[in-house]
Design a protein around this ligand. Structure first.
Ligand code: FRU
Length: 497
């Protein structure tokens, strides 16, 4: 259909048909980044969950693969992770290549309908061809039984090099639980974290847990990523994170980070409405410890109603997460993976803009704004609002920018095209609070047909949102009443298809 053509992203991953939600089981092996995902092939709404599968050599161009895991009647395959079991600790390998072991939640729909508590348990499956075909570990499942908690899911397993153990973190309703194992089959309960800490507007889901070096130091910290729905930064689904230490058994919040959480209630990885259930890759190649992330670019508030027909949802752009230390404060920054730069087919350097009122950015009219990266700096910011407007010939527009009187970034999609499919889609302006008065704002913006990803000040604040214009946006302008100074404008045309 025409909508299908119109809204299929140019370069963000979408399944050819059917429904997708969370990214699952990401790892790298033998030249490929693997991405599995919550998948229902038969309809474009949520249903019996499979693990769909896609592969990429560079995290940008994805190729859909045959379905990896099928549900067994009413037993759905929910979210989880996968590890490369290099030393065959599981004994599930056959010798030629390291076995890949997937750890996921088995969700029993019959028990759910009967209002039982023990609906969810953790199962494993394994692959002896680097992740292309899988066997469920029938003889040994579950590897973690339900302990009497209704929401008990989304195990993320990774190798803890410091303590030489497999560590599992999973979401247990309003907290996370940690387990350890030597062989991926026998799991020992360690501890829990999170009750009454951080945002709790909804159930906790899809955690991630990893050690990461602070940029420019030799110091490492542990990061716990936690998705929750609802209760996100701007309503519905959202992703918060915590920074602390792990002694092989217990996660303890860093003391300054704890103060920040107390003050702000939660620290968000992304302030947009459309980055959910994101987690990171295991076994990323290289010695520089790259931590690579991808999210589901939608929100449970309206995901099943967005105006696409035969398929629904895409992923975010893959991002690199880095730990930054300023004084004694730690925080995460995220930026698009550098691999995207090799798809730049044309670069236009823009003229510096100075003036008041509404100024057209003429160079934006010379590129296809449905596949572009735009960088610029706003200098000498006054106590004013700086509004960027993407617009089309049909009078639709998406606005974003910085309110430097009240100190926040914003995205407003209320006039961006189709939005009446859900009351929750465009009824509020998305905001990301900034720490006080900004003197300069550095923006990197990734545009696809139906999405904007804003990386502010080298990824200190990120906003990811989707939109559905009736025709593509073709022009970009900026407005401010006080005075605009826009410099270092670079418009990069992408050509990824
Ligand atoms: C998050 C989630 C997970 C669950 C999966 C089911 O979006 O609710 O907690 O495993 O989706 O599809």
């Amino acid at each position: 259909t025409s909508e299908e053509q119109m809204y299929r992203p140019n370069f963000h991953f979408t399944p050819k048909k059917g429904w997708m939600n969370d990214p699952n089981g990401m790892f790298y092996a033998d030249g490929y980044y693997h991405l599995y995902f919550q998948y229902y092939p038969d309809k474009s709404v949520w249903g019996p969950m499979h693990w769909g599968h896609a592969t990429s050599k560079d995290l940008i161009k994805w190729e859909e693969q045959p379905i990896a895991l099928y549900p067994d009647n009413d037993k759905y395959i929910f979210s989880g992770s996968a590890v490369v079991d290099t030393h065959n600790t599981s004994g599930l390998g056959t010798g030629k290549t390291a076995p890949i072991v997937a750890i996921y939640t088995l969700h029993d729909m019959t028990k759910e309908k009967e209002n039982k508590i023990d609906v969810e348990q953790q199962d494993i499956a394994y692959s002896n061809d680097n992740g292309f075909t899988w066997q469920k570990f029938e003889e040994g499942n579950p590897v973690v039984k339900n302990p009497g908690i209704r929401d008990f899911r989304d195990p993320k397993v990774s190798w803890d090099e410091t303590h030489k153990l497999w560590i599992m973190v999973l979401a247990a309703q309003d907290r996370t639980q940690f387990y350890s194992s030597k062989n991926l089959k026998d799991w020992k309960y360690l501890s829990e974290f999170g009750k009454n800490i951080g945002a709790h507007g909804g159930v906790w889901e899809c955690p991630d847990f990893f050690e990461i070096k602070a940029e420019g130091t030799n110091e490492t910290k542990w990061v716990l990523i936690l998705n929750l729905n609802p209760g996100g930064a701007n309503g519905g689904s959202g992703t918060q994170y915590f920074i602390g230490d792990f002694d092989g058994s217990t996660f303890t919040l860093d003391s300054n980070f704890a103060k920040k959480v107390e003050k702000e209630n939660a620290v968000w990885l992304d302030y947009g409405k459309d980055n959910y259930a994101g987690v990171t890759w295991n076994n990323v190649p290289g010695t520089d410890g790259r931590r690579l992330f991808i999210g589901w670019m939608s929100n449970w508030d309206y995901a099943q109603e967005v105006p696409t027909q035969s398929w629904r949802s895409s992923t975010t752009i893959a991002r690199e997460i880095q730990l930054v230390k300023k004084g004694n404060d730690y925080s995460l920054i995220s930026n698009p993976v550098k691999e995207i730069n090799k798809y730049i087919s044309k670069t236009i350097k823009g003229k510096n803009l100075k003036g008041k009122g509404k100024l057209l950015i003429p160079e934006a009219g010379k590129i296809d704004l449905t596949q572009a990266i735009i960088n610029f700096n706003l200098k000498n910011l006054k106590q004013d609002t700086y509004t960027f407007t993407l617009s089309n010939a049909g009078g639709e527009s998406l606005t974003f920018g910085i309110n430097n009187s009240e100190h926040y970034l914003f995205v407003d999609r209320s006039k961006s095209g189709k939005n009446d499919f859900s009351e929750k889609f465009a009824s509020t302006i998305t905001k990301a609070a900034l720490d006080g008065n900004q003197k300069e704002g550095v923006f990197k913006i990734i545009l696809d047909k139906t999405s904007i990803e804003i990386f502010y000040n080298n990824g200190e604040k990120v906003i990811t949102e989707i939109f559905f214009p009736n025709q593509p946006f073709t022009s970009l302008s900026i407005s401010s009443n006080q005075g605009i100074e826009l410099s270092n404008l670079v418009l990069n045309q992408l050509n990824i298809k």
